[in-house]
Design a protein around this ligand. Sequence first.
Ligand code: PRX
Length: 649
Amino acid sequence: MSQKIESHLVENRVFKPSKEFSKAARISSMAQYKRLYKESIDKPATFWAREAKELVWQKPWKKVLDWKAPFAKWFVGAKVNVCENCVDRHLDGPRRNKAAIIWEGEPGEKRTLTYQQLHREVCRFANVLEARGVKAKERVLIYMPMVPEAAIAMLACARIGAVHNVVFGGFSAESIIDRLDDSESTTVITADGGYRRGKIVPLKASVDEALKKYKKVERVFVYQRTGEKTTMKRGRDLWWHEEVASASGKHTPKGFDSEHPLFILYTSGSTGKPKGILHTSGGYLVGTYVSSKYIFDMQDDDVYWCTADVGWITGHSYITYGPLANGITQVMYEGAPNYPDFGRLWDMVEEYGVTTFYTAPTAIRAFIKAGDKFPESRDLSSLRLLGSVGEPINPEAWMWYHDKIGGGRCPIVDTWWQTETGAIMISPLPGCTPCKPGTATLPFFGVDAAILDETGQECKANEGGKLVIRKPWPSMLRTIYGDKTRYKKTYWNDYPGMYTAGDGARRDKDGNFWIVGRLDDVLNVSGHRLGTAEVESALVSHKAVAEAAVVGKPHEIKGQAVVAFLTLKEGIASSDKMKVELRNHVGKVIGAIAKPDAIHITPALPKTRSGKIMRRLLKELVATGKVSGNVTTLEDYSVIAALQKELGK
Ligand code: PRX
């Protein structure tokens, strides 16, 4: 059977949840979904107030929403402590001694923290932060491995009203400097290192390098994870274990305004500088709580596992905040999924009896490539629900996930959302939505999603257009930190009063959303956003490089691979050694995820008469080896032949 026919057949397959699953689920029929969805759109205040009342508010709100586009305030006038809702709220009943976090380190250590233990650790660290002078609204940069202390640090910040700014442990010292500088952080929480693929990632060393250039940090808390030799600067650096040793395990959570800033998380956009996405307290808490509850159908006996890193939004919303607000038991893992081999995650599913497993398509593709023997030799029968996030999941990968991991019985929630949206926006509800491989299906409660054409008209079925959200939602970003103008320009400029996501999509005749991918100059590499402009500026910052253009190329595992085209400065010769040096340079400036898979050094880049680099041509060249479409604006045709030669096409 040809590939084309096969994928056509797959796309038309519909998977409905089993009767047993539906019966026990929180939302068990499409009629129930439709009724609640209608209410959430027609009467958002009624819907969200009812949900929010399940949480603890130190002072009630006066108004659910205050919307002066594009600025929203949710649960106006309320006082809330997000940490209290994720931890203290569970101490009064049987959840007190329930496991909150079951953790495994990459080398194999195991730790379990019950809600009571988590509370104690969070309180102790909150007391330490306060005793060392960290104040509400102060920005705290967190650069940690995947250890429970990463979540504890975030929760302790939330508890005292400090604003965390988590930086993914794979980012470089230079990336830390940019984020410290933009957020004007004064405190850093890090670890001596973490384990990844059998090696130690020296996190504190990167922090030290960053702090040579950024001088405003007053204190650095260092969690001892590896025990490797670490330099500690007197008067600035403090060992976590020494600090908490004498700290009290009690701490009263103060109520903060519902719009009090909770965190900043940097993400890539189409220009070089990462954007500091600002999320606030009440709305974000409600959004992550409610979406976790319904989309992962959270039940008290679930063992939930999201494989993301806390350095990304998925780790914020679906490790730290949403699941803990629901009082769930979750698994957390420090290391690489293929360490020591591709059976690691499945061993853990079996050992802990994981019921709900949430991962990314890039990981699924890597598992497929590694071979069926890994999942087949483990007992995965505890699983009841699977999730996917980060990029469109190709139908073949969906089918493999469904059959080999889900044993054909688990619904798959393909969840579309973004750093900016804070919570899942489009996704099946596992107890009712008919799933088709490759579509994130229908909007979640309160999400007024649509696909518009250039004129602002809604597209017809199967017509491609821009994905927009027409109404504010509780967990939406409030601004880009320190840059309201960029916030308005980036997200609210295409259609009046509507949020543009930057993704292209279409809806099929049943109303399902099929996300095609980014419309701007943003790549999706292994489910992570990378601005082409960011990688280009990193390349140009090398002394040998004159100009750079970066494009994406389809990649079997990563989704997209980074391909860079460069011209060198006068008198500098191209060599393989130079290419290696440039790759490493990008790794140093941004982090390993941004290293180009291929670097092509050419005498010239294709440009328009006005001097703009024609990335569209480069994209086409790397994908097909040819250029089609309109090339009349190209200044010098001979460039194409030279590029084809370089690419060996
Ligand atoms: O292009 C979409 C893609 O990832 C982008 C958001 O990236 P980020 O802010 O890093 O957040 C990733 C985790 C939420 C989106 O604009 N994306 C995310 N989930 C999906 C997706 N594309 C298709 N299907 C998804 N389920």
